[in-house]
Design a protein around this ligand. Structure first.
Ligand SMILES: CC(C)(COP(=O)(O)OP(=O)(O)OC[C@H]1O[C@@H](n2cnc3c(N)ncnc32)[C@H](O)[C@@H]1OP(=O)(O)O)[C@@H](O)C(=O)NCCC(=O)NCCS
Length: 163
């Protein structure tokens, strides 16, 4: 990936660029609007990690990770660790297919490792135009369906592998 690509924290200068990002027509059902994600980050400051994906002076996408949330489906597993992973990911319509999504996922997983985590999780909806092939390509393993019908994928960050 080019050296011009990076994640930026949200600031008064870039927050509206983040809110203006739009996915392609037909993809809206797979990710919440960025403004909603930022609102959720505002009320979950301890676990949310929202970042703008930038290339040079262009805002090309938005990613939000979460760190260390105990998950309901882990109840009953003694000593189950709190989980970390991708909460939201959206690459702008005209910017898809250029590696920005892979870059953002890799950056999130680097941050999870930096915080001592060994597992990255993500959930996604099934459907035409959805992100399933993207996540499988990056190395997430399909684990099953959550109670609300989303696909749960996870990647072991402790073993060498993609992303
Ligand atoms: C899913 C999404 C984030 C992917 O981002 P992207 O920048 O287009 O993906 P990349 O260019 O980084 O692709 C990474 C790899 O995945 C592959 N890939 C991406 N989308 C794919 C698809 N729909 N089907 C098959 N492979 C796909 C690419 O070919 C690439 O493979 P390679 O690196 O081995 O050549 C983007 O399409 C998007 O924002 N979609 C709408 C919102 C959404 O679904 N978000 C996820 C919510 S859970």
């Amino acid at each position: 990936m080019k050296a011009t690509v990076r994640l930026e924290e949200l600031t008064p200068d870039n927050v509206l660029d983040a809110c203006r990002l739009e996915v392609a027509p037909g993809q809206e059902g797979f990710v919440a609007p960025v403004a909603r994600s930022i609102a959720e980050a505002y009320v979950h400051p301890d676990v949310a990690w929202p970042r703008l994906i930038c290339d040079g002076d262009r805002a090309v996408g938005f990613v939000m990770a979460f760190f260390g949330i105990p998950f309901a489906y882990d109840r009953g597993v003694p000593g189950a660790p709190a989980r970390s992973g991708l909460w939201r990911l959206a690459v702008a319509a005209g910017e898809q297919g250029r590696g920005y999504g892979r870059f953002a996922v890799t950056a999130v997983n680097d941050e999870i490792r930096r915080r001592g985590g060994t597992l990255s999780t993500v959930t996604w909806r099934s459907g035409e135009g959805g992100p399933q092939e993207f996540y499988l390509r990056l190395g997430y393993r399909w684990r099953g369906l959550t109670e609300d019908g989303e696909n749960l994928g996870e990647m072991d960050l402790a073993s060498p592998g993609p992303a």
